[in-house]
Design a protein around this ligand. Sequence first.
Ligand SMILES: [Zn+2]
Length: 310
Amino acid sequence: MTTLLVSHPSFLEHDTGPHHPERPDRLRAVLAGLDDPSFGELVRRDAPAASLEELARVHPPEYVEAILGIRPVADERVHIDGDTVMSRGSAEAVQRAAGAAIASVDAVMEGRTHTAFAAVRPPGHHAGPATPGGFCLFNNVAVAARHAQARHGIRRVAILDFDVHHGQGTQAVVEPDPDLFYASTHQYPLYPGTGSPRERGVAGNVVNVPLAAGTEGEAFRAAWADRILPALDTFAPELVIVSAGFDAHAADPLAQLEVETEDFVWLSEELLEIAHRHARGRLVSVLEGGYDLDALADAVTAHVRSLMRA
Ligand SMILES: [Zn+2]
């Protein structure tokens, strides 16, 4: 079985300005890594734009229209908050980033590929239904989960988030809905300051494992193996969606965890095994953070190799 890679040139036109860590070069580094001949078997397609209806499964229509209506001219940028920025190219990028996650769901649900990786920016896991922030405007993984339920007739969708920051936007969508599951490891304390183990959703459908600065790969793996994977196994997802942020890497400048590429590979394989056990192998991975270009490219390519081996 093959793996789908979804991306789009518009993701490079989301211009966050000089000195912003969430910059176009991140995606250039990822795509350059995936250009290697060893990735020749990837099925590649351009991300479609998510429709208003698809976005409105998570975000109120007024919010969607407000975000898509922000169209700065020329080289101007609009600051949505202290670190969330929109440029002239951003509206198309955010619509196609959510569309990339949706196209990935369609591919695995229709059995065209087992796995899919959406190489997108901006990321999405900090965006709540009506709240942008943390570089995020639309919640790509939540939109993908709702799309899977609405269009493909499944109920139980799990979102696993190994980005170093807690995905409070995703959690806000998941926590009232027992048909969804969300689990996260994240550095604490760190932005956005949420993700306490006491935040458990309904019936334990939210699992948070905060990790102290300096936590190494062994403890990172133990958090997943002991606290998250058993709960995920019990939930028995019909589709596994991964919020794949690589800023827990030891080289990342935005956080202080000491996770290495081999740890991301280990976790990828654990998640694939659960996808095989419960979800016919269906796993969709969507890029979130990761701000050291070399570490990001190294970890993403290793992660995608895992998806291709599945
Ligand atoms: Zn992050």
